[in-house]
Design a protein around this ligand. Structure first.
Ligand code: FAD
Ligand code: DLZ
Ligand code: SF4
Length: 524
């Protein structure tokens, strides 16, 4: 008796996903497949692959327990064709469904494949209503707006979803944004609650063995592996975050500390993006903590803004700007990615810390992504496509819909200011104010020229000088260019020489290659 074939992708692991809606578990078949194409379109961090495969296998087991008929194709299963399209074809031949349903994929690349499949198969692509703003709604909001500022979008989302509102529809506490009360800078000796990890079970152990064997040369540490790979585990992490860390979220949101990868951040993005958690349930839990007097409004509002505001906004930007978005390079940056983005071998302690945390955890918190590795890439003029590829492969939460706007739009100003009103360029003084990295660095954040001068300082001015034609008309950079212009010619020359000599040290031919496993080519 033919039923419907329902495809679930590795980042759609939620029983409420639209592709399962209206299903008949007795007749329908759920198809899930570990495919070579997804595992290798960039050489992902080992932990990222392990996380996704383990979460997929656990989700499949939960569906089976709930009575579903699941066709799960493991990476090394005999006959695995290695691509979504061919796996759909294979399953369609076996199951002979009257219809195939999938929830729209998060990436343009994959959507194109499904649109092609639709020409020859009865494939229905359903909207992904895990997101709180549909693509059409975002596009309507973006229409006729010259600049797409997140803050205004966020207010509409608060109103639309009734989050942190007074009874009269005004924002809770009278203001939409409490950032002025957040971001205090790290006090000395600050310590954060250590995270309780999740012991790998038999399913995860099997995946770890597979990933170690097949992807062992990819970037990043596979072990120790303690990520939440089920909804139950993710809910436990959410609960811990809401009870113990959310009250401090705002205060320490922009801080960076050596050896503290997570601080008071949620560490939930990988689970949220994979579908183990839903955005509105997280926002509601955070709001409840405030209403129950368990967390201050400034912290809760700041946290909700990340999910209801930033996350939805970047997704809208992605679908509004694709497919040309990937090509954008407003500042015409061309420099290859330096080797230290892979091996952390650099005297710049901030970069070494951020890359080391990334290698270890497939995670680095927002401000390190933006103001350390992102800021360096911006100032040094690194090629956006190489930087984007790096971000896409190193983080467990990275999918193009969220990575690209954050990297190309926010960090690199590659879209010429559609997202950010000015480039997020900062000198070593900013990093020194927000971190304890500089005290342990061979460079001095207060020096711009000389043997021990922090490279970020001369690069900052070099960036402004190099991009003067494109940036000096920006009102928010008026004071920056005024300061640069006030410097004597000799001083400017010395700074530019310092930057040039530092940049020459980066230009080692062939240094920009991500580590990969040669065996992948023959993997089916
Ligand atoms: P918290 O700091 O605790 O924030 C809570 C949640 O808010 C996150 O889990 C996330 O879902 C959401 N969020 C916060 N900021 C953003 C944002 N700018 N865009 C989208 N969601 C946001 N996030 C990804 O999920 N995937 C990426 O590939 C990714 N790449 C990034 C690249 C750069 C250059 C920058 C600056 C940011 C990037 N972000 C990305 C956003 C952000 O850094 C991560 O979501 C965050 O660090 C995840 O850690 P957390 O769960 O502890 O988040
Ligand atoms: C990231 C990823 C990886 C590594 N592997 C798979 C896979 O084997 N099977 C799968 O269904 N999904 C995988 N994913 C997630 C997909 O890349 C993601 O669903 C698409 O990029 C669409 O967003
Ligand atoms: Fe980074 Fe400069 Fe501070 Fe060193 S001195 S940690 S390079 S900001």
């Amino acid at each position: 008796m033919p039923g419907t074939l329902r495809l679930i992708l590795g980042d759609q692991l939620n029983a409420a996903i639209s592709s399962l809606r209206g299903a008949d578990p007795a007749r329908d078949t759920v198809l899930m497949a570990e495919v070579r194409e997804e595992a290798t379109y960039v050489p992902h961090h080992q932990k990222k692959i392990a996380f996704i495969f383990s979460a997929m296998r656990h989700f499949a087991a939960e569906l089976r327990d709930a009575g579903w008929n699941v066709r799960y194709v493991k990476l090394e299963d005999k006959g695995n064709t290695g691509s979504f399209e061919a796996e759909i074809d294979r399953a369609a031949r076996d199951v002979r469904p009257d219809q195939i349903i999938v929830t729209e994929p998060g990436e343009w690349r994959v959507r194109e494949k499904f649109l092609a499949c639709r020409k020859r198969l009865p494939l229905e692509i359903r909207a992904d209503d895990r997101f709180l703003c549909s693509i059409a709604e975002f596009q309507k909001w973006a229409e006729d707006r010259k600049q797409l500022r997140m803050e205004f979008f966020y207010r509409e989302m608060r109103r639309r979803h009734g989050v942190l509102l007074e009874k009269n529809g005004m924002p809770a506490g009278g203001a939409w944004n409490y950032d002025a009360e957040n971001r205090k800078g790290p006090p000395k000796g600050l310590k954060f609650l250590p995270r309780r990890g999740h012991e790998p079970d038999a399913i995860t152990q099997e995946v770890l063995e597979l990933v170690g064997r097949r992807f062992g040369k990819n970037f990043g540490d596979l072990l120790p592996f303690d990520l939440a790979v089920t909804r139950a585990q993710a809910l436990r992490d959410l609960d811990l975050f809401i009870r113990k860390l959310l009250p401090d979220f705002g205060k320490y949101q922009d801080d960076m500390l050596a050896g503290e990868a997570f601080l008071a951040h949620a560490r939930l993005s990988a689970q949220l993006n994979a579908g183990l958690l839903l955005p509105l349930e997280i926002c509601r839990r955070a709001e409840k903590a405030w209403r129950d007097d368990k967390a201050p409004l400034a912290a809760v509002e700041g946290f909700v803004r990340q999910i209801l505001g930033w996350r939805e906004y970047v997704r809208g930007i992605y679908w509004t700007r694709m497919p040309g978005f990937v090509e954008e390079n407003y500042l015409e940056a061309q420099r290859p990615l330096p080797q230290f983005y892979w091996d952390a071998q650099t005297d710049m302690n901030c970069v070494a810390e951020a890359v080391t945390q990334t290698r270890r955890h497939a995670y680095s918190h927002h401000i390190q992504r933006l103001m350390v590795t992102g800021n360096f890439a911006l100032l040094a003029g690194l090629l956006p496509s190489a930087v984007c590829e790096w971000y896409l492969l190193v983080y467990a939460d990275a999918y193009e819909w969220v990575e690209l706007p954050n990297v190309l739009g926010m960090a690199l100003f590659g879209d010429g200011g559609r997202m950010a009103s000015k480039p997020y360029a900062a000198s070593g003084r900013y990093i020194n104010r927000m971190s304890n990295f500089c005290g342990r660095c061979r460079f001095n954040p207060n020096e711009t020229v000389g043997e021990t001068a922090c490279p970020f300082n001369s690069l900052y001015w070099d960036f402004m000088d190099r991009n003067r034609a494109k940036l000096q008309g920006n009102a928010r950079l008026f004071n920056v260019y005024a300061s640069w212009n006030r410097m004597t010619g000799d001083k400017r020359e010395a700074i530019l020489k310092q930057a040039a000599s530092f940049l020459r040290t980066l230009d080692v031919p062939g240094s920009a290659r991500p580590p990969t496993t040669p065996a992948l080519k023959s993997l089916t």
